[in-house]
Design a binder for this molecule. Sequence first.
Ligand code: ADP
Ligand code: MG
Length: 704
Amino acid sequence: MLGILDQDIKFLPGVGPRRAELLRKELNISTFGELFYTFPFRYIDRTKFYTVKEVLGAQTELTYIQLRGKMLRFELVGKGRGKERYIAYFSDDTGTIELVFFQGIKWQRERLKQGQEYIVFGRSTEFKGKINMVHPEVDEPSEDKTGLQSAMQGVYSSTEILRDNGLGQRAFMKLQANLAQALSGKIEETLPPWLVTEQHLISLSEALLNVHFPQSPALMEAARFRLKFEELFYIQLSLLKQRSVRLCASQGFVFSAVGEKFHQCYEKLPFPLTNAQKRVIKEIRKDMGSGKQMNRLLQGDVGSGKTLVALLCALIANDNGYQAAIMAPTEILAQQHYDSIRDFLEDTGIQVGLLTGSTKKKDRKILSEGLLNGSLHLLVGTHALIEDTVQFNNLGFVVIDEQHRFGVEQRARLWSKSATPPHVLVMTATPIPRTLAMTLYGDLDVSVIDELPPGRQPVKTLHFNDGKRLRVFGFMKEQIKAGRQIYMVYPLIKESEKMDYKNLDDGYESIIRAFPPPEYVTAIVHGKMTAENKAIDMRRFVSGKAHIMVATSVIEVGVNVPNASVMVIESAERFGLSQLHQLRGRVGRGAEQSFCILMTDYKLSKEAKKRMELMCSTNNGFDIAEADLQLRGPGDMEGTQQSGMPVNLHIADLARDGQMLEMARNVALTILNTDPELSSEKNALLCSQLKKLKASTADYSVIS
Ligand code: ADP
Ligand code: MG
């Protein structure tokens, strides 16, 4: 049923077909509802006045300042030379500032009067070292601009095109005012009354009115609170409901025993498990014994020992008569998992296989047989695992490593290799801040390894600009002399792939020049090489024959070469924080002091500088992920694109509203605990709202 919120925006007074088209193109607004749910991203306090002295003394530009004063005199400059401008000298008791107009000069000349008092509002800008104001709003003190008295004035995001077409802040606000009038008394509440009361919220209609035209700062806060809460609450309610439906519907294998295979491996481990590893294994065991299908995310910083956790849990599946599979994103990673797992399983009689794109036909056949007759207990591999030809006898447990590198669909295909879905463990070394995890993976259970194995020396991180290259090369030579190996990483960003490969090539050549063979051996690995050549060069590095590995960033997350103790990252400013942290995780795996060297351009943006500073000051992946979220916002965080869930929030901000998110989640949990189906009368509105919201967003109920 279409309501007033679904009305075409062109029917709103003040809009019409031309503006409707503009709004649709520029802001993706085509209905009344979409316009009303476009909220100000900040507010200006129109009760506050600056003095001219404060503005001139500020040194830098200020946004949105309001002055009260008189027009002293006017000047027309550059007449007839195409660069005409009209300057109004405006002053209060503290000084004089220039108001500059390039357009509408005729109109300004007619209306602005010498000696008259005005209120001036706009941004201060700096031009040739002088502060002035370009195109401020100038009003007589008595004028009310919006028709709605409001001390707090909303600022909406706009575009150049909108402004050029007469839809700037002022016009936009006027549209919102018209809309508020049109909708007055017609907004239906979207939360049940008992919940509104319980959470001390204001009504939806009051919230919507006050988010656009706050009648007071307190009401503005209350409005934003109500709208944020609702937004977060419904996401959590939806995710948690899906989760409980999944838990009820899908029977899981019951792995009740921890048996011989587990103990055989466990007792031979060359080191004790960390407490975090033990705790996580317990959590997984509990899931696997519950009779429900497990769907768990394991987060742990690079080097925290996730592989071993995956292996031990796979052995529990084996102990209960089921097969297990571990899927890694690249061939080299799969090979490494396979090698280290074989080491752990030596002399146990447990059968492990490796299946990748380059597995020979003959070997595939042997693997196939073992998989089908059940003699193969554990299969490690790449995407090759999800091909239809790969059939298991009884797959009971699946591990997906570095899950953000797989699409949702690929994961689902592995899932479907068994009539009863296997238990699923997805692992990631890209720590996701709690708030984001709760939204992206809200229907998954989350385990965290928050402890590194003992004896690891933290990596020392240093930042140099390109001018210090010779010094860095000197340091690299010292390290090589001391027997260490070095990674040298170049960015590879899809949009500038061509340039990037050129940089990589140039870099490789300059490395060869600075580190000439045969004294130095340099390997190179990048995505354009054949799998065979990649493997050859990779092996040269892993075996210790090559001193330096030149590579692009996209390859081989998770490679483990303990003797490599130096990571040099070229053009580090082009990497995001979590990517830098990932790369740094390649070193610091041996007993030696490791180094991460960030090379950047001399000139850096403020934000890039912050990233470098943060990298130099902390090794903690969760702190970095949190900072990344604050700096870039959730949309750009690694893993959000592929997660299958659009993080499309109108007003709540995952970076800032963590506490509210948690509160909203708890409220949703409490409701579902007593009414899992939301079938009671008092929750009827929740149920219908969920349906409505579901219809308007993509389905993200598939496994993550
Ligand atoms: P990640 O979590 O990044 O996948 P890995 O599983 O590759 O980490 O483990 C990194 C290294 O730490 C491996 O060499 C592994 O054998 C070792 N390791 C794992 N657990 C422990 C432990 N409890 N004590 C000491 N070393 C460990
Ligand atoms: Mg790993």
